[in-house]
Design a protein. Structure first.
Lengths: 997, 208
């Protein structure tokens, strides 16, 4: 049995009566048709009450027909796919859709929260601020109750199961809105060959052509629109995006669009993204975004059954739905008369057309002649009913809108309201276009002079169909010609049949009586009294008014309420509306999900992990990972039943006693070539490289221009004009950029090429007393003797069957070789090394052991050279060549860099059995309670299995002169303390004999 | 000790093996093919130095492209413009070190460099009607065929990495466009994750 008792027998251009769709609304199972929105299907079933209001929990029904809807916010779907605050007016119906109301308790029909309505006088605008500003502690108690009472639907707590897509598009002309003006502009530009993107938020193109019976070129409006759509879709240079909102306008022709790909489907194919976020670069744009009808404030104008007049008309035309049985229509413009005739023809009883204008327009006179009950010079001053309108209170008014006679009560279940139209200037305003107030329309319209983009049609304040088409063609032609397309001819606007358009003079509301509420902002429960109160409390700025009263906040951002609220503010201040101005229009035009913006760019999809050639081996062998400048590096290798420190100790001791191998592929590598390469390195490094022998390497440090240490590493001279520079893992990118900058900008005369080759090389470092013997096994053709391959020497040859470069250098203080091969062969080399290592007690080690080894040797890293530290602070100023200049050298004489009291690098050694707290400050006593002046801080700490003691590196005020002093490492955060002795930073083999051996 | 024959290994090897064993998706709009090992040589030199250009021509039989974003083709190699003094020459697997050595020899006495970087980037190929759409979902440049056609290459952020994207015509001509993507080796697995995500709306499928 069809329960769609409010559905007409025929008609409804947007629905397919052969395709029924059942859906669930709260506990009820209802029927609608394909093409319905949730709102139209609910109305077809006679559902009036669809929600409770934000603050007063008053019953609310559908108010509009599109993106402007303030009331009908529902939760759609279930579980992880439950989407709160969905506008029922734009949510398309699909089979088995689940819609639920929100913000009520215990039920929609009976909501205890509506007691707030009775006590409403206690909750004026600014209530929270006034209540809690004097005693913020009360907020802590009230907050959870208020949060439950106020607010919209809760988001799901599960992770989002859908996937989202991004797309970048480029075009000559972006057209926002595909009503008559947008279609016309697109046809002109598309015919001229311009690359066009036409986006419309609705599933079908046509805009207002779909919502009122009109004719274009002898065809019904929606058929003309469908034909235009088909023509555009056939043009290869035009991309039509339906269900796509132009959401934001940014600088330099940058636009954000959100496409809803599957929100209208019952069972979307799994490969389809739910939404797609478009980033469009357009050379030009036309905003044909239409206009939004505005309500008129009267007492209890929020009752279910009070709808925008255009919505009443649209539900009949598009969906074949009667919004009521008996209507009072209240409008200050002529669009009401045709609407009344259409509704009457569809079977609705028109109790009265109430026209507040003090004159009788031609259309009104014609309607009267047609025996419509027209009450000119009257206004609806109130609605009666609670969960639904039962009657309208109508009274005669004077020219100023004041009630001047007896109020009569007209029984009805529908009040259709139109206070005129506000152009949807959002995109224009976002693009920094200014607004002009047109008194004849009582509306803000785009100021075309100086605007970066054209607006066309109703968005520009042109409300008649012929004018919209004409302006659309013109805007398309102007834009296309300006873009350089010559054959952009604007066709003659076709003949149309549409509504007569009378001006809608300013008429914002009637005076409230008996303390009844006249709502401006339905979503945020802002009434005329709230705005008056804000005025009395001296709120002058409209931005302050918005935040104080919440007018224009929420998911609809005041699409139906803002201008009326501002008008009321202006009248209170006795100023013209333009002086009061508008609040700032900001993206997005309508809300969309964060995930559309993220577009799946999270976890590894968003943040790439850099893997070395032997990553999989590390993973398979228990690597515990750390992130090093985006690289995944093994910290150490986990073994079951072994404590991490025990394993790290084993790795350290292997290097000190036998041999260890570590994957050092992550170090930055730069190939530096050219006749001026030696000179270039002399200028970049503090020490000299031009006198380095071919086949030898040298440790170098480079400074920033401000004299602080920037980076360090070993650079090998491969040939007279050819160097291989290594950088730290952290600064690989920054060093390359800095060197490239120096060559391009500072010293363009130097003939040097710097080419990053980090990705090319896999590198493994062998270190320990057995390293040489092991390398001899691996590379039988290479002479690895100390004479042929001394410290800081290099060799090229076959290692493990692979062509390799062998650099002899040491970070650990032991004999060490860094073997570099083409990364494609990295795993192959690694396996050969491990196989050869069996005979030499080889152990693989990670960054923890590497860190311990370098702390034992007193080598600094970025923990010490943290961007504030000079070479002198590190005790290395003797590295600086006095005979040449280099980047940063002149800064070294800055007063602050030579002043006493600088923090300098030292070693710390703890007493036996005690450890040094991580992140500790250094003090003169071990008092954790009383603040004391810091003498410095611990930068790196390790347990040294070699020494059997906890050691650390630290930056200590005047530290170089304090060796031997006792300090206390105190960590009030950890509640830990330890006595430490200040020593020279190198704890192990300070003469360096082992690594040269 | 044993001396096994060293074998190159691509980070994508396992993924491709696994993906290729899945049944082909007939509805796929885009396919990815991997050609993991190609010879790659970074060539540096001044575009206004005829000796440099002649040296390249002599060794490789190719005229280095001097216009931004252009790719030159010769029988045994191609040269991708990466910057005013920077090209990447692509050659067959295993030939990178040889080409680099030959060029270095020819560059003697010149301000020019040739560096074997065969292991630095992995190459994959995108084909199919939606290939450009997949690129557009991760690349801010205009990669539609009207603007970015065969014989052109750009270096650009693509998804979560910076890639060299080279557009070429499939053989026989008229079979559509293909896009060779050169991805930094260390990031190729992360890029693959992005590609799976970006290709999902177009039913991305792997082809041998």
């Amino acid at each position: 049995m069809n329960r769609q008792v409010w559905r007409t027998e025929a008609g409804g251009s947007g629905i397919d009566r052969g395709e029924p769709r059942s859906f669930t609304f709260n506990q009820w199972r209802l029927e609608g048709y394909a093409g319905d929105t949730v709102a139209s299907a609910l109305m077809a079933n006679g559902v009036r009450l669809v929600g409770r209001s934000f603050k007063y929990h008053r019953p609310r029904g559908v108010f509009g027909i599109g993106a402007e809807e303030p009331n009908a916010l529902l939760q759609i779907g279930t579980g992880a796919r439950r989407e709160p605050n969905t506008r029922a007016t734009v949510q398309e119906l699909y089979q088995d859709l689940l819609a639920q109301t929100q913000n009520h308790w215990p039920s929609l029909q009976f909501d205890l929260g509506s007691l707030v309505n009775a006590a409403g006088a206690l909750f004026p605008a600014g209530f929270y601020y006034k209540t809690f500003v004097t005693n913020p502690k009360r907020w802590l108690w009230y907050e959870k109750h208020i949060r439950r009472m106020a607010g919209l639907g809760p988001p799901p707590s599960e992770p989002d199961p859908d996937h989202y897509a991004h797309s970048n598009a480029h075009c000559d002309l972006l057209i926002a809105g595909a009503g008559p003006a947008g279609l016309a502009a697109a046809l002109v530009a598309g015919n001229a060959g311009a690359r066009v993107i036409l986006a419309d938020e609705n599933p079908a193109l046509g805009g207002q052509l779909l919502l009122a019976p009109q004719q274009v070129d002898g065809q019904p409006g929606q058929e003309w629109a469908a034909a235009a759509h088909a023509r555009l879709a056939a043009m290869p240079n035009v991309r039509v995006l339906t269900r796509t909102t132009v959401s934001g306008v940014y600088e330099h022709g940058h636009f954000a669009l959100v496409e809803r790909c599957t929100d209208h489907l019952a069972e979307p194919a799994p490969h389809l993204p739910r939404q797609r976020f478009w980033t469009v670069r357009a050379r030009d744009a036309v905003f044909a975004t239409g206009a939004i009808e505005r309500p008129i404030a009267f007492a209890n104008n929020d009752r279910p059954g009070v709808l925008l007049l255009s919505a009443v008309r649209g539900y009949l035309e598009r969906y074949g739905v009667l919004a009521g049985r008996t209507a009072v229509l209240f409008a200050n413009n002529d669009s009401v008369y045709n609407t009344a005739r259409e509704l009457a023809a569809a079977g609705m009883r028109i109790e009265a057309v109430v026209d507040p204008r003090p004159f009788v327009s031609e259309a009104a006179a014609q309607a009267k002649a047609d025996r419509l009950h027209v009450l000119s010079g009257h206004a609806v001053v109130g609605a009666r009913g609670w969960r639904s309108v039962r009657a309208a209170e109508v009274a005669p008014i004077d020219a100023n809108g004041k009630v001047k006679g007896v109020t009569s009560v007209l029984a009805c279940d529908l009040i259709g309201v139109s206070g005129g139209w506000n152009p949807a200037v959002h995109l224009h305003a976002q693009s920094r276009g200014s607004l002009a107030f047109r008194v004849d329309l009582a509306a803000f319209v785009p100021q075309s002079a100086g605007a970066p983009y054209q607006s066309a049609g109703a968005a520009a304040g042109v409300y008649d169909l012929a004018g919209c088409l004409q302006q659309g063609y013109a805007a398309g032609a102007v834009a296309t010609r300006a873009l350089g397309f010559e054959q952009a001819d604007e066709p003659l606007a076709p003949p149309v049949i549409s509504d007569p358009v009378g001006n809608a003079p300013a008429f914002w509301g009637v005076q409230a009586s008996r303390g009844a509420r006249c709502f401006l902002d339905l979503q945020n429960d802002v009434t005329t009294k709230d705005v008056s109160l804000a005025h009395r409390e001296n709120y002058v700025s409209v931005e302050h008014l918005k935040r104080y009263t919440t007018l224009g906040m929420g998911t609809d951002q005041g699409k139906t309420s803002n201008v009326a609220g501002l008008a009321l503010m202006a009248s209170k201040r006795r100023q013209p509306l333009p002086t009061v101005g508008t609040t700032t229009f900001r993206p997005p035009y309508t809300p969309f999900t964060f995930n559309a913006m993220a577009g799946g760019r999270w976890r590894e999809v968003g943040h790439p992990v850099r893997r070395t050639a032997v990553h999989d081996w590390h993973a398979a062998n228990g690597a515990v990972w750390t992130d090093a400048a985006g690289w995944a590096r093994p910290m150490y290798y986990e073994t079951e039943g072994q404590a991490p420190q025990q394993r790290i100790d084993e790795e350290v001791l292997a290097v000190r006693q036998t041999v260890g191998v570590v994957d050092v592929s992550t170090l930055g590598k730069l190939d530096i070539q050219g006749p001026d390469a030696p000179e270039f390195l002399d200028r970049v490094y503090v020490n000299r490289f031009s006198n380095l022998k071919v086949g030898r390497g040298r440790y170098g440090v480079m400074l920033r221009e401000d004299g602080r240490v920037f980076d360090d590493g070993v650079t090998m001279r491969l040939g007279p004009d050819h160097f291989h520079m290594t950088t730290t893992t952290n600064h690989a990118g920054a060093v390359f950029q800095f060197l490239e900058y120096l060559l391009q900008v500072v010293w363009p005369e130097l003939r040097v090429f710097v080419t990053p080759v980090t990705e090319q090389w896999f590198a493994a470092a062998l270190s320990g007393p057995n390293a040489r013997a092991m390398l001899a096994d691996l590379a039988p053709e290479v002479d690895v003797s100390n004479e042929a391959l001394p410290m800081m020497g290099m060799a090229e040859g076959i290692v493990g069957g692979v062509p390799a470069r062998i650099f002899r250098l040491s970070f650990s203080g032991e004999i060490a070789y860094e073997i570099n091969v083409d990364a494609d062969y990295g795993l192959s080399l690694w396996n050969v090394i491990l196989a050869a290592g069996v005979a030499h007690d080889l152990k693989v080690y990670g960054t923890e052991a590497m860190g311990t080894l370098r702390i034992e040797k007193g080598h600094f890293t970025h923990a010490e050279a943290d961007g504030r530290v000079t070479l002198g602070d590190l005790g290395l100023d003797t590295m600086i060549s006095p005979a040449k200049d280099c980047i940063g050298k002149r800064s070294l004489s800055l007063p602050d860099l030579v002043a006493p009291g600088r923090k300098q690098m030292v070693g710390l050694i703890a007493e036996e059995g005690s450890h040094i707290p991580v992140g500790a400050q250094l003090g003169l006593n071990d008092d954790l309670e009383t603040p004391q002046e810091s003498q410095g801080h611990v930068t790196s700490h390790a347990y040294s299995a070699t020494l059997g003691r906890h050691i650390a590196l630290a930056l200590v005020r005047d530290g170089l002169a304090r060796h031997g002093e006792r300090l206390y490492a105190v960590s009030p955060v950890m509640g830990e303390r330890a006595a430490v002795e200040v020593v020279a930073p190198c704890f192990y083999d300070p003469e360096g004999g082992r690594q040269r051996g | 000790m044993d001396d096994p024959v060293p074998r190159p290994r691509s980070p994508l090897a396992d993924l491709f093996l696994a993906a290729q064993s899945a049944p082909p998706d007939d509805a796929a709009q885009v396919f990815v093919q991997s050609v993991p090992f190609v010879g790659q040589v970074a060539v540096r030199g001044r575009p206004d130095d005829p000796d440099f250009l002649n040296a390249v021509r002599r060794v490789a039989g190719i005229d280095l492209p001097l216009a931004a974003g252009v790719v030159a083709e010769a029988e045994a190699c191609r040269a991708i413009w990466l910057g005013p003094d920077h090209w990447m020459m692509v050659t067959v697997e295993g030939h990178g070190p040889v080409l680099a050595a030959d060029l270095r020899e020819a560059f003697a006495g010149l301000f020019a460099a040739a560096i074997d970087v065969s292991g630095a980037r992995m190459r994959s190929r995108l084909i199919g009607p939606a290939a450009a759409d997949v690129l557009a979902s991760g690349c801010r440049m205009d990669v539609t065929p009207a603007n970015f056609g065969a014989g052109h290459a750009i270096q650009s952020p693509l998804g979560n990495v910076t890639a060299i994207i080279h557009c070429l015509s499939l053989e026989p001509p008229g079979d559509g466009l293909a896009y060779d993507l050169y991805i930094p080796r260390s990031q190729v697995l992360s890029f693959w994750r992005w590609l799976e995500h970006a290709g999902r709306p177009y039913r991305l499928s792997v082809r041998a």
